[in-house]
Design a protein around this ligand. Sequence first.
Ligand code: DAH
Length: 347
Amino acid sequence: MNDLDQLVQAAQADFAAAATPAQLEDAKARYTGKTGQVTELLKGMAKLSPEEKKTRGAAINETKQRIEAALTARRQALAEAELQAQLKAEALDVTLPGRGRSVGGLHPVSRTMERIEQIFGSMGFDVADGPEIETDWYSFTALNNPENHPARSMQDTFYVDMKDEAGRPLCLRPHTSPMQVRYARQHAATHAGKDPLPEIRVIAPGRTYRVDSDATHSPMFHQCEGLWIGENVSFKDLKAVFTDFFRTFFETDDLQLRFRPSFFPFTEPSAEVDIAFSSGPLKGRWLEVAGSGQVHPNVVRNFGLDPERHIGFAFGMGPDRLTMLRYGVADLRLFFEGDLRFLGQFR
Ligand code: DAH
């Protein structure tokens, strides 16, 4: 074997040993690079006679071509190996079932809220919205619940480390009742001087907050406030409105309603409202669904109205509770954990 054949063999072995394109380019430089062995051989030809140049030149060129062919073959082999590795890594199993795209839906409590708005809307109630960060005054004081009154501790309020523009302390509203005062004051101002004052008929659904957490209480929960004020509105009207509402909401006439005496600072007299179904899994059990009562004269005064002329009732109910009853769910926390396996059932 002559020196040129040996060189080709050495190059082939070097190329075969190169495991990456970069290593292969390094190996190539050792042969056909500027100072590579083939290049050196070509340079050495200067010393030869014209006759020798011809044969030696042809032989070196052939060597160079063989080395370049080996290089190209190895380049292709490495590229092919890389492609195969990539294909293997990105393997796509076309026989797997598709993931599909699921359709979103409203949260069950949002469905209840919409239902409440729609039913009360059909009874002529306006729907109002108000701030969740509320002043102490609207949350308690205006609702006949003075500072240091023990009734304030009925609600374990989240206080906020801020004050409003007027320097009043703020809290996360523990109920939607502040909306009675906000809405009524606005109404009285809008219709100032009108005699008689158009009736106030409003519901205010929304989020409320209390330091409370167990199977039936969540620190964030929902309430829906209601207020109906006129010159001739009574408990009888409240009972009629509630009966209509609950029968429509639960889609059954087999439903009874009772008022149970209770206490709220903002109503006098006050009552808790219970319902009972005459059939179904909850048959015969009294279930508390709302607080209510005739609006206290002090609160009517804070509306900016004369309690001798303007009377009516207020109520507050729990849309979360209504959702649990409607769908037969025993743990309130399920609604707020965001688990789609649970929520997806209500689409
Ligand atoms: N705000 C009361 C609560 O959170 C519920 C309530 C009771 C609202 C009686 C009312 C009412 O408007 O008249 O416990």
